[in-house]
Design a protein around this ligand. Structure first.
Ligand SMILES: [Zn+2]
Length: 247
């Protein structure tokens, strides 16, 4: 007589139910799997709250984390001295070498994550894009590039507060020099023209012959935005330290 047991119909049914619940739970926990790395649709998700304040993407004063890389509209050169056109956005870095490799990159203002993409073969490497509402009817898109990695708990379609960890400073993409964060901020015209639709390309970058007028029309200077926008309110403990209680 064989000792092999055949599964009873009851056990199979229970197992079936268990698997169904697990599958449903994983779909609820990971709704991003469908939209991750898929620009169409997700790119058009709008932020729910306007921007209140803007912080630096790396810890430190603005003057300490810019200056070693290209600034907005600065003329770029390759290693052979040939110009690569005007730089779009700001390069943030610390030190002259790879001192900042692996440091946390912070979301500079509240906004909704609209795209995450990993591609070392593209000039900007690993990127994350966020849509922000600077004022009613005025949306912009920030693009964090050359990341070593993107924070694995970021979800496309989710709204985040300033300070959310976007990823780590790296040198993915076409970097010959030291690690840094490339951050550019474009208007939604570019978003609709270049990042969405059938020809969507969230890595798209203006041609090296793009004029100052064109860049000024479609891009903001991230360093200028950070310096001009209000800073976060003081922490409650600091507030209590400096302000006598009202009796
Ligand atoms: Zn750059």
């Amino acid at each position: 007589m064989s000792t092999e047991r055949t599964p009873s119909p009851n056990v199979s049914r229970r197992e079936f139910l268990r698997l169904s619940i697990l599958t449903a739970a994983s779909l609820l926990i990971n709704p991003k799997s469908e939209t991750q790395d898929t620009p169409e649709g997700a790119l058009l998700v709008e932020p729910t709250h306007p921007v209140i304040y803007v912080i630096t993407p790396l810890k430190g004063r603005l003057s300490d984390i810019v200056g070693n890389g290209y600034s907005h509209l600065q003329r770029t050169y390759d290693s052979k001295g040939r110009t690569g056109g005007l730089h779009i956005g700001t390069d943030f870095n610390i030190g002259n070498g790879d001192e900042d490799l692996g440091l946390n990159i912070r979301l500079i203002m509240n906004g909704v994550c609209i795209f995450i993409g990993h591609d070392d073969s593209r000039s900007l490497g690993n990127i994350a894009l966020f849509r922000h509402r600077l004022a009613p009817g005025v949306d912009v898109v920030s693009r964090f590039a050359h990341c070593l990695e993107i924070n694995s708990n970021l979800e496309v379609g989710t709204d985040y507060r300033p300070g959310k960890i976007v990823g780590k400073v790296g040198k993915s993409g076409w970097i010959k020099g030291p690690s840094h964060l490339h951050l550019d901020i474009c208007t939604t015209d570019i978003l609709l023209e270049r990042y969405s639709g059938p020809e969507a390309d969230p890595w798209w970058f203006p041609h090296e012959n793009a004029s100052t007028t064109y860049i000024n029309k479609h891009y903001l200077d991230p360093a200028e935005l950070i310096s001009k926008f209000p800073k976060p309110p003081p922490r409650r403990s600091e507030y209590c330290k400096h302000t006598p209680p009202v009796l």
